[in-house]
Design a protein around this ligand. Structure first.
Ligand SMILES: [Zn+2]
Length: 246
């Protein structure tokens, strides 16, 4: 067994026994890890508090060499996100982030940029009610890029033609936006307004664009497109999806 230190976001916890639990952690150094926390359910221990959902902690992990569960031996709180507890849409968005990280990433496949983006999103969610949706959309676009599913938004994803915003469609199966000429050849598609297309492009290209004042109708359409695309790629609807606002 080798001891490894990492900075971790707790994305899931499951009771294992009366005193222990299994934690799924999204770490900056190691990617996703699952570790058994013995004594992790003891009341009021520092170890227990550090392993609460959506807490950032520094951990020491004893990595099993073959099969078996890794063992968490230390966990100390580094950061919490108290604003989430007072803003329900932001809290649901945060749970959704945890769900995607827990279920869509591979064990021991680190993506430091995605780790940093997740923490930034958790800090910024709930700052402004009208921006929770765009902030979450920015996280999803970074996640999609990191996992190799960045939607093609600049040109037609099938023929490469440049787009002027007229008669666009988004196809999850094709992985992006379709020009009007390519739409008949792809049954899996949905209409995409020029405004939602511009918004998706802005959110994809810039880490600041979520702070702009996006109209509610456009936010709603962006939510629908991303929900559809994530569900298509994941093969099922994420549990938190019905609770997300725009
Ligand atoms: Zn085309």
């Amino acid at each position: 067994m080798a001891a490894e230190k990492a900075l971790a976001l707790v994305v899931r916890t499951t009771d294992w026994s009366e005193t222990s639990r299994i934690c799924t952690l999204w770490t900056r150094e190691l990617g996703k890890v699952r570790g058994l926390a013995k004594g992790g359910r003891r009341l009021k221990s520092n170890f227990e508090v550090a392993l609460d959902l959506l807490t950032v902690c520094s951990i020491v992990l004893l990595r099993k060499s073959s099969g078996g569960l890794d063992l968490l031996t230390e966990a100390q709180v580094v950061e919490r996100f108290p604003r989430l507890r007072t803003d329900l849409p932001a809290l649901y968005a945060a749970y959704y982030i945890a769900e995607l990280l827990a279920e869509w990433t591979e064990d021991y496949d680190p993506h430091p940029a995605l780790f940093d983006e997740a923490l930034a999103a958790l800090r910024e969610l709930g700052q402004d009610p009208g921006r929770t949706g765009p902030r979450l959309a920015r996280f999803e676009l970074v996640l999609l890029r990191e996992l190799g599913y960045r939607p093609v938004l600049e040109n037609c994803t099938t023929c490469g033609a440049s787009l002027d915003g007229a008669k666009l469609a988004f196809s999850a199966a094709a992985g992006g936006v379709l020009c009007s000429q390519c739409q008949p050849g792809q049954r899996e598609r949905r209409p995409l307004s020029a405004a939602a297309w511009q918004t998706l492009r802005a959110l994809s290209e810039s880490g600041e664009a979520w702070q702009r004042d996006w109209p509610a109708t456009v936010r709603g359409e962006v939510r629908q497109v991303l929900s559809h695309y994530v569900t298509y790629l994941l093969g099922r609807r994420p549990r938190l999806l019905p609770y997300l606002g725009s």
